[in-house]
Design a protein around this ligand. Structure first.
Ligand SMILES: NC(=O)c1ccc[n+]([C@@H]2O[C@H](COP(=O)([O-])OP(=O)(O)OC[C@H]3O[C@@H](n4cnc5c(N)ncnc54)[C@H](O)[C@@H]3O)[C@@H](O)[C@H]2O)c1
Length: 346
């Protein structure tokens, strides 16, 4: 980090972010792993995200929301920043606009000057699935050959990338969605991109029962994955909020979360509901940092069912955003902006 009083800000729109490497899943997974390692080593300040659901009074039944996700990363990174994240249910039905839209700001921790503002939408899509990929890598049953993905939206797309990158042994990815044409579209688009065959299906439960890993990334507003989907020895990974019945989570032998301190603050997450009901405590879950730092030894019995869930960490967006900023600087891309020519008051 260069500590300068230059008020210059590099703005990276989505096209720049792509040129800087945002679609590189290998880099994204490596950065996710590094971030969770730093988190587990106490090198990250990442308070729970602040959530604003709209309209007023809608509670968990929001139509749209804004999340503020500030963080500081220490260690050899030494950078601050925040993601301003948003999702809108209406966007799912409007062509030309994503369901989730995010922007990321990177700041120098010494001068506290912002030095980069970048589109965070693609970073979110990539890092969200990369988190599932890291969960999958650490929890995959030994005989993993098939994975079922439920949800063929933006995160469904990057989930294909994350699964293929994390689990090269996978031969079949079943892809399901309420709107089967979306699954068919992604299957056609990713045909021959990876060695795994992508099979669209309207019958997610049958696919799940033929798979060793089930990953959900839907906008479902009520749970659809019940105990009848879960056979002994599988890993279930829930990236949305209301996908698995609470019973599925409580019946799991191992419950893993991305970051306990944050996930328990988010009322729609199963872990938060179970914690509030006194049915789940921090010492009974495995956190992703534990996996990445090798503090968790894996399944102790091949029949164990593992449930993983994530809420998403602002530190991931900042770490990946910083890497893309460095790449963009080297490549000379982006639009230079500045906060002031000379600050009026100092
Ligand atoms: N954990 C995280 O870090 C994180 C980060 C970003 C997004 N997410 C979550 O990921 C989910 C997907 O986001 P997205 O941007 O891909 O949305 P999207 O609108 O692009 O896609 C969602 C897909 O889910 C499908 N769907 C909805 N209900 C379903 C059901 N019951 N069964 C099968 N398919 C169903 C929809 O048809 C749609 O294709 C959202 O819940 C979002 O909040 C999680």
């Amino acid at each position: 980090m260069i500590h300068s009083i230059d008020p210059g800000i590099l703005f990276l729109q989505e096209e720049d972010v792509i040129k800087a490497g945002a679609l590189d899943m290998k880099m994204t997974i490596e950065t996710v792993e590094k971030t969770y390692a730093l988190l587990g080593q106490g090198q990250v300040i990442n308070p729970p995200k602040t959530h604003i659901g709209m309209p007023i009074g809608s509670g968990a039944d929001w139509n749209s929301f804004f999340n503020s996700m500030p963080c500081y990363i220490g260690g050899d990174v030494n950078i601050g920043g925040t993601k301003w994240a948003a999702e809108s249910k209406k966007n799912s039905a409007i062509p030309g606009i994503p369901y989730g839209i995010d922007i990321t700001i990177l700041s120098d921790p010494e001068t506290v000057l912002p030095f980069c503002i970048l589109d965070g939408t693609l970073i979110t899509a990539m890092r969200t699935s990369a988190v599932a990929g890291v969960f999958a890598k650490h929890t995959a049953p030994a005989d993993t050959k098939a994975v079922t993905l439920v949800g063929a939206g933006v995160i469904g797309r990057t989930m294909i990338m994350a699964v293929c990158e994390s689990l090269p042994q996978v031969e079949t990815i079943y892809l399901s969605d309420l709107d089967l044409s979306k699954a068919e579209g992604l299957a056609a688009e990713y045909k021959d991109v990876y060695p795994a065959e992508i099979v669209p299906t309207a019958d997610a439960k049958t696919a799940a029962l033929a798979s060793q890993i089930i990953i959900t990334e839907t906008t479902a507003r009520k749970p659809f994955l019940d105990q009848s989907w879960v056979k002994p020895g599988v890993t279930v990974i829930n990236m949305g909020s209301m996908e698995a019945e609470l019973d599925v989570v409580t019946a799991s032998d191992v419950i893993a979360v991305d970051y306990w301190d944050q996930i328990i603050t988010y009322e729609t997450k199963a872990a938060a509901q179970l914690y509030k009901a006194g049915k789940l405590t921090k010492d009974t879950v495995v956190e992703l940092s534990d996996m990445v730092l090798g503090k968790w030894g894996g399944r102790t019995d091949p029949a164990q069912v593992i449930n993983c869930s994530s809420l998403g960490l602002g530190a991931l967006d900042i770490m990946i955003g910083y890497q893309l900023f460095l790449n963009a600087q080297k490549m000379g891309i982006g639009t230079p902006l500045k906060l002031w020519d000379k600050p009026l008051w100092e």
